[in-house]
Ligand binder design. Structure first.
Ligand SMILES: [Zn+2]
Length: 455
């Protein structure tokens, strides 16, 4: 054996011995005081002051003195999570140039908004990140979104009815913004909310400043095409362009940015403007395949009853091809101009069982329908209030002979009900079964499209 080879062998033998010894030590360690679990003691959150930083609540084991960020001892931490020292210029409520954080705003609410309908004593200036895409209504306000702390990302607050009088750039998911407004305890939930003065005048939360953020771009392709030039992230407001070239024997069915169908600008090139995290979805088909087409489309804003303030109304929505839908439990109540379309979901009562909101075809559709797309353009209450959102396909007008039921979780955008057993001469009914929500008209629908194979 050569000398170098001998050294290598000796080193390997030594390494194996050391590893064996280490393993033995680990196995024989019967002194672990926590082998049957930690004995955890809670340490309360300490708020930051202008003098000193604070920390988040944590749990310490009385035996081994390890620290955990959760009460079950699952997530071990090296030190308590720090809460930044307050900027002395900002004070407790913040100022425009030195706003407080979302976490500090929540701590302030703990102090000053203990009971329902309590407001903070003074107007608050806070900075944070836009967590969910704000819904913009036709009255010119942002209805609802979630506002997240910049560092302590678990701390979030709901923002209601925000105005943009300062003409800051329109807010998108992931932007860093500065808000001015009062914080309210709304039936136990802490919110940035409109402030009502003694004369019943509302002051809305104001968007003062917006720094555009970075959003993610995710590609979801069926691999029937080659995608080039698509970045994985971009700045909100910027134009994203890329090319999609179908592979041999394939053709493009659709290219979408979230729910928006993109049309090729010129051969194979697509673009869109980035507004929050997006999924680019590419669907292809065999080049000889016959594709489903949009055969019928009905817009729901058509209240034939003419009664503007009737919440529950039954009316007929018709399209130019003569397809008629019976709309029940929705309202096209204009609500001082803020409702863009037909809405369901209400404050006073549940819309469940017999009173569930429905949209159904009045006559059979002769062609085979393979997909129904329901466009929901706003949800001002969480989807948790919705017990079920489904499509019922039936072979008779009273829906007593059901052919198929398809259920979805409602989302803002296009809700696609895929029909697995399409047939001719069927009837279709969309059902929204929801509990009372604390507000009227929380779910706004605009169009229903019927897709199928043209004869
Ligand atoms: Zn322990």
């Amino acid at each position: 054996m050569k000398k170098t080879a001998k050294i290598v062998v000796a080193l390997l033998v030594a390494m194996v011995m050391v590893l064996t010894m280490l393993a033995a030590v680990a196995c024989n360690n019967t002194d672990d005081p926590c082998k049957d679990g930690h004995k955890l003691k809670a340490v309360q959150r300490k708020e930051a002051t202008t003098e000193a930083a604070g920390y988040e609540a944590y749990w310490e084991c009385e035996n081994c003195h390890k620290l955990f960020s959760d009460s079950e001892g699952k997530n071990e931490i090296q030190k308590p999570v720090e809460i930044q020292k307050l900027d002395p210029a900002a004070g407790k409520y913040g100022v425009e140039t030195a706003p407080i954080s979302v976490a500090q705003a929540l701590a302030l609410a703990d102090e000053e908004c203990a009971s329902p309908d309590d407001f903070t004593q003074k107007v608050v200036y806070a900075t944070g990140k836009v967590f969910t895409q704000p819904a913009y209504n036709t009255k010119g306000y942002y209805e609802q979104f979630t506002f997240q702390d910049l560092t302590d990302t678990d701390r979030k607050i709901i923002v209601y009815t925000m105005s943009n009088d300062a003409n800051a750039p329109a807010p998108d998911q992931n932007d860093t913004i500065v808000l001015k407004g009062y914080i309210k305890n709304h039936q136990g939930t802490i919110e940035f909310s409109s402030y009502k003065d003694a004369d019943n005048n509302y002051t809305y939360v104001q968007l003062l400043k917006n720094t555009k953020g970075t959003s993610t771009i995710t590609l979801n392709s069926d691999n029937g095409a080659t995608v080039n030039g698509l970045n994985q992230s971009g700045t909100n407001g910027s134009e994203i362009s890329f090319t999609v070239t179908p592979n041999q024997g394939r053709k493009i069915v659709s290219v979408k940015a979230n729910d928006t169908v993109l049309t090729a600008a010129n051969e194979n090139s697509y673009k869109f403007t980035l507004h929050g995290n997006v999924t680019v979805k590419i669907e292809t088909a065999d080049e000889n395949a016959k594709l489903a087409e949009k055969l019928q489309s009905v817009h729901l804003f058509n209240d034939a009853s003419g009664d503007d303030n009737q919440y529950i109304s039954t009316y007929t929505a018709t399209n130019s091809n003569g397809l008629a839908l019976t709309v029940y439990g929705f309202s096209t109540n204009n609500h001082s101009g803020s409702w863009g379309n037909a809405r369901c979901g209400r404050k006073g009562n549940d819309q469940t069982g017999e009173t569930a909101a429905t949209i159904s075809t009045k006559t059979a559709i002769e062609q085979q329908i393979t997909k129904i797309v329901v466009k929901v353009d706003a949800m001002t209450k969480e989807v948790t209030f919705v017990n079920s959102f489904k499509l019922i396909v039936a072979s008779n007008a009273d829906f007593s002979t059901v052919v198929e039921t398809v259920e979805l979780t409602m989302k803002v955008g296009e809700n696609e009900f895929q029909i697995t057993n399409p047939g001719k001469g069927y009837y279709y009914k969309i059902v929204v079964d929801s509990n009372q929500t604390g507000a009227n008209g929380c779910y706004q629908f605009s169009t229903i499209d019927f897709w199928g194979l043209a004869d």
